[in-house]
Design a protein around this ligand. Structure first.
Ligand code: SAM
Length: 472
């Protein structure tokens, strides 16, 4: 989904604010990668929605330019005399009712009734909107279960047996993230107090509840990426960023038959399982019995939670085999694979067993933590007669950015300062210069942003090697 799609697929509860419009516009103009939007300061965006009833727009496509979606047309004369900025273009695509009071004031038009008791959005209020966990509710259960009539078609409420994720963010920092299974009579405990599991059951996934100490905690479902990061591990997993790059290298498609080794903790097996779908299959070979058991347990745990959260069966398409891949020729007899993923020690020793079963033109992707292992692999290949060519050696690096409005110590927004004398010059030229983009016309842009690489970055995980089988 594009960054634009992301911005337009958000939940119903946050109003359009200048900050949001800025982020949407930034996403548009810089084509920000969806996966780069994971930093704490961006989580609030996901609650914003612009669908017909404030809900999500499944298409993820930009909103069509129907007249109903151009609420500014009446007051457009003010803006018609100059080209619109990207920010304004985005804001014009949004439904009128989603725009904040502040935006309307900046546009010189107040759409609300005199007796409208909606609270004016002061800078402080806007900060509270941004920090969604802090601002929501005041009871233990913020969204009382009687209010849960608004369950969208296909949406399922959290139920006992599901694997869930609790998280607490404060001042743009992720303070706590914990994965747990919802069980009747249990408590979710942490240093921030506890929440009874019974209070979570029956709420929307993505509900903010308060702990016994009053700390707001977001309870939601983990993505597969999060599940693999938080699940119980035997050996280290193939990290999601690397696993997705491997899937791309291998060009895994629905219906494919893939060989994987070792199973380890089962993270790569789960990503492969999703990629090949119910018509495909994965053979996952593991030499250690404890790792084999761990991989099977994690796979089954995800499947049973999936059944509860979606009402559908996760495909049972991974066969976990206990054995040494280097001696697995008898088990592989008569089998062939579209691609192979190896995350094991000394993969070059397994290649003679594996390569005869890989389709010609297919890819074997190899995951190794140390570059010395890659050198051993390359030297092993050089000395062999295997019909493999090395196409790429890569390291996948994500760089998180801190992108958020700049705040003062008291929590209110900093404001841009105009150069001395500019304000007078603006008001004099205001009506005279047709088409001139004076700062007075900008409805947004008064708040400066922090925008720099995040000080806390993930370190090295692995090198990936792409080998292709060719016909010599
Ligand atoms: C780093 S772990 C793999 C992690 C896995 N990719 C995941 O995402 O959870 C490496 C695994 O390879 C297994 N292994 C090593 N040599 C093997 C061999 N010759 N045959 C099968 N498995 C092997 C190890 O026991 C270990 O569990």
């Amino acid at each position: 989904m594009s960054a634009f799609g992301l911005c337009f697929n958000l939940g119903p509860s946050i109003k359009m604010t200048p900050r949001l419009a800025r982020v949407c516009a930034t996403c548009l103009s810089h084509k920000v990668n969806r996966t780069d939007l994971r930093i704490a300061s961006f989580t609030w965006i996901k609650r914003f929605g612009t669908g017909p009833d404030g809900g999500d727009d499944d298409s993820g496509a930009p909103v069509p330019s129907s007249p109903a979606l151009f609420p500014f047309s009446k007051g457009a004369s003010r803006f018609g005399r100059r080209p619109l900025s990207p920010l304004e273009r985005v804001s014009q695509m949004l439904p009128q009712e989603s725009l904040s009071e502040e935006v309307w004031e900046l546009r010189g038009k107040k759409p609300r009734e005199e007796n409208d008791d909606t609270e004016t959005q002061t800078p402080k209020k806007l900060i509270e909107d941004l920090d969604v966990h802090e601002q929501s509710g005041d009871g233990v259960v913020n969204e009382s279960k009687e209010d849960l009539t608004h369950v969208l078609p296909g949406e399922r409420l959290m139920c006992f047996g599901e694997v869930l994720l609790a998280e607490y963010r404060r001042k743009r920092r992720l303070e706590l993230q914990k994965m747990f299974q919802l069980e009747k009579g249990s408590k979710l405990g942490s240093n921030s107090g506890f929440i009874a599991h019974d209070a979570i059951q029956g709420c929307h996934a993505g509900t903010v509840l308060r702990t016994s100490l009053g700390i707001p905690m977001l309870i939601r479902r983990p993505s597969l990426e999060e599940f693999t990061l938080f699940m119980k591990r035997g050996p280290a997993i193939a990290y999601p960023k690397d696993a997705s790059a491997m899937l791309m290298m291998m060009d895994v498609n629905e219906g494919d038959c893939v060989l994987e080794s070792g199973s380890g903790s089962g993270a790569m097996s789960l990503f492969l399982s999703r990629a090949v779908g119910s018509s495909g299959s994965v053979l996952s070979v593991e030499v250690r019995a404890d790792h084999h058991r761990r991989a099977v347990l994690n796979y089954e745990r995800w499947r049973s939670s999936w059944r509860l959260r979606s009402g559908n069966e996760w495909p049972e398409n991974v066969h976990f085999h206990l054995g040494d891949l280097t001696n697995a020729a008898p088990s592989l007899a008569g089998r062939s694979f579209n691609s192979v993923a190896l995350d094991m020690i000394n993969p070059h020793l397994a290649l003679p067993t594996v390569v005869p079963h890989l389709h010609t033109g297919g890819v074997c992707a190899i995951y190794q933590a140390n570059v010395t292992q890659i050198i051993d692999l390359m030297e092993g290949l050089r000395c062999s007669t295997l019909p493999l060519v090395c196409e790429r050696v890569v390291e996948v690096q994500y760089r998180d950015w801190l992108l958020a409005p700049s705040l003062q110590k008291d929590g209110s927004f900093n404001r841009r300062k105009k150069p001395p004398g500019e304000e007078t010059a603006e008001s004099e030229n205001d009506d005279a210069e047709e088409g001139h983009e004076s700062p007075a016309h900008f409805p947004f842009g008064s708040v400066p942003y922090i925008a720099r690489p995040h000080p806390e970055q993930n370190g090295h995980t692995a090198f990936l090697v792409k080998l292709r089988k060719i016909s010599k």
